[in-house]
Design a protein around this ligand. Structure first.
Ligand SMILES: [Ca+2]
Length: 391
């Protein structure tokens, strides 16, 4: 009996995965059959087959076929031939499962184009002031935590996972110290200070502050953080967000965005649960009436009459915009005067103008150091992080 044909129509995206790559869009191709993960032999596997696999995984297509090391266990497929239009790798021609003449040194891998994303279960709302997020609904939202002298860790800033070993946050989160050992990153969190089953906590190997960030002013309030060990993408509570496409139109008041964080709420200094808020964006020419220092690399969000906003402790967290069926990191929560005050919207660092800086650092270029020295000045502006001093 040909089990294959039966399973072919039932296979879902969950039956295919990428393993062993340096980022979420590449790796050895593995397929699950009878509940066991196995590999695919490179014999006759070409770019058309890679396209089918990448599309099945939610990417725009494939860049290349590549080897990502030998897997182990079953070699499930051999002689895979696709014409490129198949919806599922199992719709391509191939040998029966486990019928192969390969070794694991021939395990095939792919490099996919663009960004893939699980479907997130966002409870959409227009409630002013924000409300509790559905646990796991923003799987890329991270907490930057700081170590106090008594070795206790506290939430300092929000951040966003953009690749297995990289997060983006605000530069000003590190104004007090740029020492990686003072910080750690928590992912998969809902209750920020509790120990949770699905959380992953990792140390930082390096902090990259944007070279044109100015501690006295607000421009270029963006930082990249490299994690010591890669985060495990579980496709449920932990996942990466997509970055904007450089060809895309810039964010404007037409876009549909949310912020999420553990920052200050109306009643409390910080929130124990992850709070989300829908944020209307404002065009820059309008916001410039309220903030003279606004640059084109920033965008404002919030209602003119106030009432909903990001606030202290949300800093560094994502401005998440739904575009082309995916959630993109449109901005980084940066600053504002007060929170949710009329005529004082929140200001976000746009991410699109920084794509080449981000890519150059993530592309393992030599380390770029900040031109600013460590300082502990007293802040007169209301940056959106919890201020602290090291003892
Ligand atoms: Ca073969």
């Amino acid at each position: 009996m040909d089990l294959l044909g039966f399973h072919a129509s039932k296979a879902s995206d969950q039956n295919l995965r990428l393993v062993g790559g340096n980022s979420t869009n590449e790796g050895r191709l593995e397929i699950k059959y009878v509940n066991i993960w196995g590999t695919i032999c490179s014999d006759r596997f070409n770019i058309s087959a890679a396209n089918v696999a990448c599309k099945q995984l939610g990417f725009a297509g494939a860049k290349s076929v590549k080897h990502f090391g030998a897997g182990s266990g079953q070699i499930w497929l051999d002689e895979v031939r696709c014409n490129g239009s198949e919806k599922n790798i199992l719709d391509c021609k191939k040998n029966s499962f486990a019928a192969h003449d390969c070794t694991h040194n021939q395990d095939v891998g792919v490099v996919c184009k663009g960004c893939s994303q699980q479907e997130v279960k966002v409870k959409e709302t227009r409630v002013i002031g924000g409300h509790e997020a559905v646990p796991g609904s923003w799987p890329w939202v991270a907490s930057v935590q700081v170590k106090f002298p008594d070795d206790q860790w506290f939430h300092l800033c929000g951040a966003t996972l953009i690749d297995t070993q990289w997060i983006i946050t605000a530069a000003h989160c590190f104004d007090s110290s740029k020492k990686p050992s003072q910080y750690r990153i928590a992912l998969g969190k809902h209750y920020v200070s509790a120990v949770e089953d699905k959380e992953q906590i990792v140390n930082i190997s390096k902090i990259y502050i944007h070279p044109d960030y100015d501690i006295e002013q607000h421009p270029n309030d963006i930082a990249l953080v490299k994690l010591k060990t890669p985060i495990r993408i579980d496709n449920a509570n932990v996942n990466t967000i997509c970055m904007p496409d450089s060809a895309e139109r810039s964010l404007s008041n037409r876009d549909y965005c949310y912020v999420a964080g553990w920052g200050k709420t109306k009643d409390k200094d910080a929130s124990e649960v992850l709070i989300q808020t829908r944020i209307p964006l404002m065009d820059n020419f309008r916001c410039r009436f309220m903030y003279k220092g606004l640059t084109n690399k920033m965008i404002c969000g919030g209602y003119l009459f106030g009432g909903t906003d990001s606030c202290k402790g949300d800093s560094g967290g994502p401005l998440m915009c739904r575009r082309q069926g995916k959630w993109e990191l449109g901005g980084v929560i940066s600053w504002g005067e007060g929170c949710a005050q009329p005529m004082k919207p929140g200001v976000y660092t746009r991410t699109k103008p920084y794509l080449s800086w981000i890519n150059s650092i993530m592309g393992k270029s030599p380390s770029i150091s900040s031109k600013h020295h460590q300082t502990t000045t007293v802040r007169t502006t209301t940056r959106r992080s919890i201020f602290f001093a090291f003892g």
